[in-house]
Design a protein around this ligand. Structure first.
Ligand SMILES: Nc1ncnc2c1ncn2[C@@H]1O[C@H](COP(=O)(O)OP(=O)(O)O)[C@@H](O)[C@H]1O
Ligand SMILES: [Mg+2]
Length: 233
């Protein structure tokens, strides 16, 4: 579904992605794990089109995306739930969801909203309240639900577990795992390597702008080097 080859990106004169190769097949949950500063967010921004690529290719469903602008990538089925959630705190929960559906003017938006509420009943309860009043975990649910309102076939998730209490971390990873049954393909980037690898089919380890390991998630979790460096085991 998504093939990235030789991807390079820079901020000014400083290159931070040094030629990444990765692949996501339809229906998979793929995770990229790595420490703070490894370049995970930059990678997702390159994929969603808000960060310039200096070399390499991004092919989505057979089409080269490198020169396709961000809004057109959403039309093609790629949605992002950004790092730090980036919800509109002054707007209601429902209006945040509507913004995720800005591409659509059809009645299916209402259906999608009901689907989102079925998935996250707490958001239904709080639909008319300002999103800024939600807890961290609820805001993360809203960020995921808002991205889903764009009807993506491929969802990019940037550190959904960041800053959440352990119980909520588990809950959010369960939600991400559940996206599979909705037919949504997921590319998840996380510092929480254990949580992410526990729900993923395959994983990549990223270190300072390079992929250093790749494989089935179960194999990565069992790897001694990864256990020592990322899992604290
Ligand atoms: N807007 C920016 N301007 C300059 N450097 C940046 C910017 N954003 C990130 N960086 C740098 O790029 C590198 C990768 O950052 P990032 O993609 O945010 O990593 P991660 O998401 O894995 O923590 C880091 O060294 C970071 O300091
Ligand atoms: Mg990041």
């Amino acid at each position: 579904m998504l093939t990235v080859e030789g991807l390079r990106s820079r901020y000014g004169r400083i290159e931070v992605l040094h030629g990444l190769d990765l692949e996501v097949a339809s229906g998979e949950i793929v995770t990229v794990v790595g420490a703070n500063g490894a370049g995970k967010t930059t990678l997702l921004k390159c994929l969603s089109g808000i960060q310039p690529v200096t070399a390499g290719s991004i092919v989505f469903r057979g089409e080269a995306l490198t020169t396709v602008p961000a809004h057109a990538r959403l039309q093609r089925g790629i949605a992002q739930s950004p790092e730090g959630r980036q919800i509109f705190t002054n707007l209601s929960v429902e209006d945040n969801l509507r913004l995720g559906a800005y591409l659509f003017r059809d009645q299916l938006v209402e259906r999608d909203m009901q689907d989102a509420f079925a998935m996250f009943p707490i958001l239904k309860q709080k639909r008319n309240l300002a999103a800024g009043g939600l807890s961290g975990g609820q805001q993360q649910m809203l960020a995921i639900a808002r991205a889903l309102m764009g009807r993506p076939s491929c969802l990019l998730l940037d550190e959904p577990s960041m800053g959440l209490a352990p119980l909520l971390v588990t809950q959010i990873f369960e939600v991400v795992k559940g996206l599979k049954s909705l037919g949504v393909t997921v590319l998840l980037v996380e510092q929480n390597a254990f949580g992410a690898l526990s729900i993923a089919d395959r994983g990549y380890v990223m270190e300072t702008g390079r992929i250093t390991m790749a494989g089935p998630a179960a194999e990565l979790i069992a790897d001694e080097r990864i256990r020592a460096a990322y899992l604290g085991l």
